[in-house]
Design a protein around this ligand. Structure first.
Ligand code: PMV
Length: 343
């Protein structure tokens, strides 16, 4: 991983402008939980919400000094004063190792995000990706997507136990992906695929934090107690994911609603839905959505509903009336290449 051990001189940084990079949120359209057991899943970026890292040089400070500001979570600290396994510290250490730079020039890094936290929208992975992209650029050794995604995955592993790697992947590449976990500890395989006809999704926030690691752990226990039953859930989910991929590629968007409903039935059987999520899913159906399901780890967090550009506002209002604490309307389409590293 990375350029490793280079002794090239660092660029002169005193007159360097601030460097910023952003990364989007994400939702899983199909296949959560089963993806942890080797089945495919489909995830898409959500560009309406983003994490941002802005880095400016502090030429008056000694090398190695990194001042972190994350006002959204009330954090302002020098990095050496944070626990060494703090996710921000891990992301920074990962970049230094990958770029082979032991002592970075003094800098301030400001991190902001509009992605709701613990809501299944990938806020942690997006912050990591924004930091990794901005810092490697600032250091004059910009990392490529493969390395960025791998480094963000390392941070995810320390925080989410056994993540599949889907979050860091979709957030790094910023396009719809069909993803399959590796059997090893490594990152999984991803395939970008065509979205023939754009479609609209309404995301509804249950307002209840989604305890992804606990939900993944409970599914594992339930699988250990009844492998036949859970393996059948995972295999049926994999079939739904493949049918959904085919429908998206051929522009058969009408097929997606029933597939979302089938996926939700299985997630409910797996025990990862909740009363609140079910209420929101029902409200989406009542507002005319042909398909709705939870998205991500479940128990709380977000649900998604299929809509049209015309019906989306009505579905979103129905979700708010049923108790959603926020909604996002997003269009799934082929994303532009390019990774939004700016100055
Ligand atoms: O809660 P989220 O959006 O981070 O997604 C978790 C998705 C799972 O399939 C449940 C776990 C994983 O690592 O893929």
């Amino acid at each position: 991983m990375g350029a490793g051990g280079s002794t090239d001189p660092l660029p002169i940084l005193t007159s360097m402008p601030a460097i910023s990079a952003t990364a989007p949120g994400k939702v899983i359209l199909f296949g959560e939980h089963a993806v942890v057991y080797g089945q495919p899943a489909i995830a898409v970026p959500v560009n309406q919400v983003r994490a941002r890292a802005i880095i400016s040089a502090r030429p008056d400070q000694p090398g190695g000094s990194i001042h972190l500001q994350a006002p959204d979570i009330g954090l302002e600290s020098n990095w050496e004063d944070l626990p060494q396994d703090h996710p921000l510290v891990l992301a920074i250490k990962g970049v230094l190792k990958a770029t082979g730079i032991e002592i970075p020039p003094a800098l301030t890094m400001r991190i902001t995000s509009t992605i709701p936290v613990a809501a299944g929208l990938g806020s942690g992975a997006a912050v990591s990706v924004a930091i990794i992209r901005a810092l490697s650029k600032f250091l004059g050794r910009p990392l490529g997507e493969i390395e960025i995604s791998e480094l963000a995955f390392e941070v995810e592993k320390l925080y989410h136990g056994t993540p599949s790697g889907i979050d860091n992947t979709v957030i790094t590449y910023e396009k719809p992906i069909y993803f399959m976990k590796d059997n090893t500890d490594n990152e999984g395989k991803m395939e970008a695929f065509q979205v023939s006809r754009p479609f609209t999704i309404v995301i509804g926030d249950s307002g209840v934090p989604s305890p992804t690691a606990a939900a993944v752990g409970d599914v594992r226990k339930a699988w250990q107690n009844d492998k036949n039953r859970f393996n059948a859930f995972f295999e049926s989910t994999g079939e739904i994911v493949n049918q959904a991929k085919g429908a998206i590629e051929t522009g058969d968007n009408a097929a997606l609603g029933p597939l979302m409903n089938k996926n939700q039935d299985i997630l409910k059987e797996m025990g990862v839905s909740s009363e609140k999520l079910e209420r929101l899913i029902q409200a989406a159906h009542q507002a005319g959505a042909p398909g709705a399901k939870l998205s991500g780890g479940g128990r709380g967090g977000n649900m998604i509903a299929l809509a049209t550009p015309e019906s989306a506002r009505h579905v979103a209002n129905g979700l708010i009336d049923a108790g959603a604490t926020g909604t996002i309307i997003t269009t799934v389409e082929m994303q532009q290449q390019g990774f939004k590293v700016g100055e």
